[in-house]
Design a protein around this ligand. Structure first.
Ligand SMILES: [Zn+2]
Ligand SMILES: [Zn+2]
Length: 357
């Protein structure tokens, strides 16, 4: 295992910068907020840790990229941010989620509320779920895994038509696997940052996906007619477990982060770290390091404590698994399964401690 350890000076410059205007902006922040952000360059920080590389297939080894500090982000002429005319993040569900209509609605509400807490101050709306047949997409059966796959580019074309006028961005999500072109095995997602669009599949977040007993494997690999979408009607969708919820919250916020102009983080452990495989994605935390947090704060203008409080509320609100456990009221399928967020909850509490000292 390799640890990417930056010096205190490097991290301090990445966060505060040497540009006089940006230093002044930093100084104007509340002292408690600076206290939390400064933890980026405290070598004994319990909140923010250095990135570790576990193998050659990890993102940073496999895809060397330039770093992006706060100053580069701030001065990036191409980055987009929400404006009063284009202020809303839209999420377009495609195909079904979970096994009932109720579970789709609940799951979408959880994702919406999570994104609203994460991008605190930006409104997030869920569009009416679209059946696969409405998108007019090309699809196939993967010859190795025998699961259904949709052409990602076709879904982007569909999203472009659906994008509302007041959208800051539109993000399509689906439980069906995606492929970018005939010769590729699969893709987790595809985005067009300039158009503020992205499509992401959570199919491979099902812990059974790679097992031989995966229920999404078709019995026979028959050739399906290009326009017959009936095959999607009773197609398997994984149950919304706590792991699936956590992975989808993580992916959505990471990908929307790119649309805000945040590049892959190479400073500290952070949700904006690139990931090459599921194990690496699971290893990265749910939230932002101070450098990426300052980028997002400058784009949206939220109060740090308010944002963490909203995230905490999302984990604690009525109907979430943890609280229900205490009240012993497990109503199957309607509870937000937040067990996997326990560690994150502890971390958010520590951040709030610093911000409210
Ligand atoms: Zn990324
Ligand atoms: Zn970061």
């Amino acid at each position: 295992m390799k640890v990417i350890k930056h010096s205190e000076q490097v991290l301090k410059t990445a966060l505060i910068s040497k540009n006089t205007h940006l230093v002044k902006l930093y100084e104007k922040l509340e002292s408690r907020e600076k206290c939390l952000l400064n933890d980026a360059f405290q070598s004994d920080s319990v909140l923010f840790r250095p990135i570790t590389l576990h193998s050659e297939s990890d993102w940073i080894s496999a895809h060397p990229e330039p770093t992006q500090d706060f100053e580069q982000f701030y001065h990036d002429p191409c980055r987009s941010k929400p404006t009063s005319q284009k202020s809303t993040i839209y999420i377009q569900p495609i195909g079904s989620f979970g096994d009932t209509k109720v579970s789709t609605e609940d799951y979408m509400k959880w994702l919406k509320d999570y994104c609203e807490a994460f991008y605190y101050g930006v409104s997030v709306k869920i569009l009416e779920p679209a059946p696969v047949s409405h998108t007019g997409c090309t699809f196939r059966v993967n010859e190795y895994t025998r699961n259904l796959q949709i052409h990602a580019g076709d879904l982007l074309k569909y999203l472009k038509k659906k994008k509302p006028k007041d959208a800051f961005c539109i993000v399509g999500i689906t439980m069906i696997d995606l492929y970018p072109r005939e010769s590729w095995n699969f893709v987790f997602g595809q985005a067009s940052l300039t158009e503020g669009m992205g499509i992401f599949s959570f199919a491979r977040y099902d812990s059974d996906f790679y097992s031989a007993s995966y229920k999404g494997r078709l019995k026979s690999v028959r050739k399906c007619p290009a326009t017959d979408y009936s095959i999607f009607e009773d197609y398997y969708t994984p149950a919304i477990t706590s792991v699936v919820l956590l992975r989808s919250c993580k992916t959505l916020t990471h990908e929307i982060g790119h649309i805000f102009g945040l590049r892959h983080c190479q400073w500290l452990q952070c949700v904006m770290q690139g990931s090459n495989h599921l194990e690496e994605s699971d290893r990265r935390p749910l939230d932002l390091c101070p450098i990426c947090l300052r980028k997002l704060q400058s784009a949206i203008g939220f109060h740090l404590a308010e944002r963490y409080k909203a995230l905490l509320e999302w984990m604690d609100e009525e109907g979430s698994g943890m609280e229900a456990e205490l009240r012993n009221e497990a109503k199957m399928g309607l509870l937000k399964p937040v067990e996997e967020f326990k560690e994150y909850r502890e971390w958010v509490l520590k951040c709030l401690d610093v911000l409210q000292k």
